[in-house]
Design a protein around this ligand. Structure first.
Ligand SMILES: Nc1nc2c(ncn2[C@@H]2O[C@H](COP(=O)(O)OP(=O)(O)OP(=O)(O)O)[C@@H](O)[C@H]2O)c(=O)[nH]1
Length: 366
């Protein structure tokens, strides 16, 4: 039951923009769509209410507001967002003003619904729409005062009706405020996640980028020192990668890099971390593993790359290989950079000794 409702709500809130859209004005769009949705629902409730208590003129008014709301909401569909933004407060103000002045009266608190318009204006209008925003803030405040001082008494309502109206206003204000805050917060969270991905992920391979992997290296290194657990760093370099670029083009080189990254990642244990160090170089950080086991793991990764045929866009299949240098931290290591330097030396040996192989820091001491 919950999911269809959520799905439908999301569908209506996302009207007028594509999924995955990351523009700055998305929370404004959500709030505009939500406001129209709520406006539509409240007009419908009032339409039924006025029909029920035989107030045909007010029922017709509600019907007209519903229609106009529907037309204005369509502006979002058609990409005329500014029109939709501006029409909502006009419709809503006219509704609150007319119903308060001529039916509900100020003692039901109906005119407090101007607060919804004020919240809407603050959230929805951008910095370059200051004139419209302050115009709406001013006219809503004025509308509130007019209702407060010039409303007729709500003669048509019984005491119970007045109480119900006060409850309706309270519920609507609370629901509107909390939903707008939730929409803005969830949007901020989504933007935050998006920016964090941009800052931490390498676009081509989808792996962590150099900044993130080195930050993690620092954290993992410190935790290993603190807990006296083993930790191995590997530097991995694709062999003769320049040749791939020179023979098949830079785009093909990009494709090979992305596919190689995905094969490497799938060869690792869940607790291992891999990131792109730069160009065709990668770093792997392995926790709670000894050097002998890490050599086995890295050889498995090397073989899975060697045995994979990578298909290029023109269906040409090529195979590539990796050279890997490994180093572990020990009691004499005080900074993670020292482990990286040792892994780099081991990588140099692997390259020097024919490539497509794994070397450790111990080999470079021989
Ligand atoms: N397509 C593509 N190429 C890149 C990227 N980053 C670095 N390269 C290329 O990677 C190549 C690295 O070349 P070299 O450093 O000579 O290394 P290599 O050809 O792999 O030779 P060895 O490492 O000695 O086996 C250069 O041609 C770079 O232009 C990238 O993001 N995309």
């Amino acid at each position: 039951m919950y999911f269809p409702i959520q799905k439908t709500l999301e569908k209506y809130l996302n009207i007028g923009f594509a999924k995955g859209d990351t523009g700055n004005d998305l929370n404004q769009k959500h709030v505009v769509n939500f406001s129209y949705l709520l406006f539509f629902a409240s007009c419908l409730v009032l339409l039924l209410f006025f029909s029920f208590i035989s107030q045909p003129i007010l029922a017709v008014f509600c019907f007209i507001w519903m229609l106009m709301g529907g037309v204005a909401w369509r502006y979002c569909y058609k990409g005329e967002f500014t029109r939709a933004q501006i029409t909502f407060p006009i419709l809503k103000s006219s509704k609150v003003l007319i119903l308060c002045l001529f039916f509900f009266g100020e003692e039901t608190g109906f005119h407090w619904l101007f607060a919804n318009i004020i919240v809407y204006a603050v959230v929805v209008f951008r910095g370059d729409q200051k004139v419209i925003k302050y115009g709406i803030l001013f006219s809503s405040s004025l509308g509130f005062l007019v209702c407060e001082f010039f409303s007729q008494s709500s003669l048509a309502l019984t005491e119970v009706g007045k109480s119900l109206c006060i409850f309706f206003v309270f519920f609507k204000l609370t629901f509107h405020f909390t939903t707008v805050i939730t929409l803005v917060m969830s949007r901020l969270n989504a933007v935050n996640l998006y920016l964090r991905n941009l800052a931490e992920k390498d676009e081509l391979t989808g792996l962590y980028n150099r900044r993130k992997v080195l930050a993690e290296a620092q954290n993992i290194f410190e935790a290993s020192v603190l807990n006296s657990t083993p930790c191995i760093f590997a530097i991995i370099d694709l062999d003769y990668f320049k040749k791939v670029n020179d023979t098949y083009g830079h785009d093909a080189g990009d494709l090979v890099l992305a596919k190689a990254a995905s094969i490497m990642k799938s060869a690792l244990r869940p607790q291992d971390l891999i990131g792109r160090y730069g160009g065709e170089e990668f770093i792997v950080i392995m926790r709670n593993i000894h050097i002998e086991q890490s050599v086995i793991l890295m050889n498995k990764m090397r073989e899975s790359i060697k045995n994979s045929q990578i298909s290029l866009r023109d269906d040409t299949e090529i195979s590539i290989s990796l050279s890997i240098g490994l180093a572990s931290m020990d009691s004499s290591t005080s900074r993670y950079e020292e482990v990286l330097v040792k892994a780099d030396k081991a990588l140099y040996l692997a390259k020097h000794n024919g490539r497509n192989c794994v070397y450790t820091e111990m080999d470079s001491l021989l």
